[in-house]
Design a binder for this molecule. Structure first.
Ligand code: SER
Length: 336
């Protein structure tokens, strides 16, 4: 008999480590975690960990021989800044990797006679507001608005959402009998902030970098202007949102892809909260215009009313709670 598992790709990343920890604590499933990077110390022993590349086709044939994959959290991706330096590699990982996993999940679904649940984190990077005036006018975007990404990562995520929805609704639509296919669900995350990890290769990274620098008593030079505003979310809410959507009854879901919001904040307001928490912190603003343009094309906030209506989404952490109850106590402990 094959072992039933939940597969997490990108398990060594920011969301990955937090998700492995949470699912392991729930203790009711076997976790198969994989990442091209080594297993971080803080999640050692919580899963069966494979250091492997998601583009390795043979790996998946080996995996399905040994495991029955019931649920997939496909987190592996190259983020927005990094992807601009190697767009072809980003496309391979973010698109081809996703396609391979979707195919595997569709085959597994048909084989099991039951849909594999496929969870896909998407991003505010799928939006592309053309200028500041438009950004001000459309300050809370809905899922279908302004889907004109300016980055390879944003294009890849938008296409990943579409591919997943296609597999869910239309895959093999002309077959005499359409096979049972996967159950695809996606959350569009804002910038994420964790007390335990610093992201790599993203454009919203300035928030985390500023906080982690301050906690270590180091000065920080922010690469976007003080007034630049985008939505952010604390990591516990990010994990809650993807798990809440995964656990929602299928019949309640009117969409495949949902915005999830928590709070919208400018870089200057983050600096103020950081200075309040760590007095004496030195933060200066020296915009890198190219990177700033990427973040500037993202909306001020997202309209997440569909998520609230269909599966009861509600963030626990606003900006102040994120700092006072989550970031500061945990970060202080971390750098003590
Ligand atoms: N945090 C991501 C990035 O900056 C956006 O989803 O690339």
């Amino acid at each position: 008999m094959r072992k039933k598992v939940t597969l997490i790709t990108g398990a060594s990343g920011e969301v990955g480590t937090a998700l492995v920890e949470r699912l392991a604590a729930e203790g009711n499933r076997r976790i198969l975690a994989m990442d091209v990077h080594p297993e971080p110390d803080n999640i050692k022993g919580m899963s069966t960990f494979l250091q492997a590349d998601i583009l390795d086709k043979n790996l998946f044939s080996r995996l399905v021989a040994e495991y029955e994959i019931e649920t997939i959290y496909h987190l592996a991706a190259l983020l927005s800044t990094r992807a601009e330096f190697t767009p072809e590699t980003a496309h391979r990982v973010n698109v081809e990797g996703t396609m391979m996993l979707l195919q595997m999940a569709a085959e597994q679904s048909a084989w099991r006679g039951e849909p594999v649940l496929f969870m896909f984190p998407s991003s505010i990077a799928v939006y592309g507001l053309p200028d500041l005036d438009t950004k001000q006018r459309y300050s809370r975007v809905r899922e279908w608005e302004w889907n004109y990404p300016t980055t390879m990562y944003g294009c890849n995520k938008l296409y990943g959402e579409m591919l997943g929805s296609y597999f869910n609704k239309n895959y093999r639509q002309l077959a005499a009998e359409r096979p049972i296919t996967l159950d695809f669900r996606s959350v569009r995350y804002p910038g994420l902030i964790s007390a335990f990890t610093v992201p790599t290769g993203g454009t919203s990274d300035y928030a985390s970098e500023m906080i982690h620098a301050a906690a270590q008593n180091k000065p920080y030079t922010c690469f976007v202007r003080e007034g630049l505003t985008i939505p952010f979310m604390a990591m516990p809410d990010a994990v809650d949102s993807i798990l809440d959507l995964a656990n929602a009854p299928r019949e309640n879901l009117r969409h495949q892809v949902y915005n999830v919001g928590a709070f919208s904040i400018s870089a200057g307001d983050i600096r103020d909260l950081v200075v309040k928490a760590f007095p004496g912190t030195e933060v200066t603003f020296e915009p890198d215009l190219k990177r700033q343009n990427i973040a500037e094309s993202w909306p001020i906030d997202v309209d997440d009313s569909a998520a609230r209506r269909d599966w009861g989404w509600e963030p626990k952490f606003d900006a102040v709670r994120t700092f006072t109850e989550y970031l500061i106590p945990n970060i202080k402990k971390r750098y003590q």
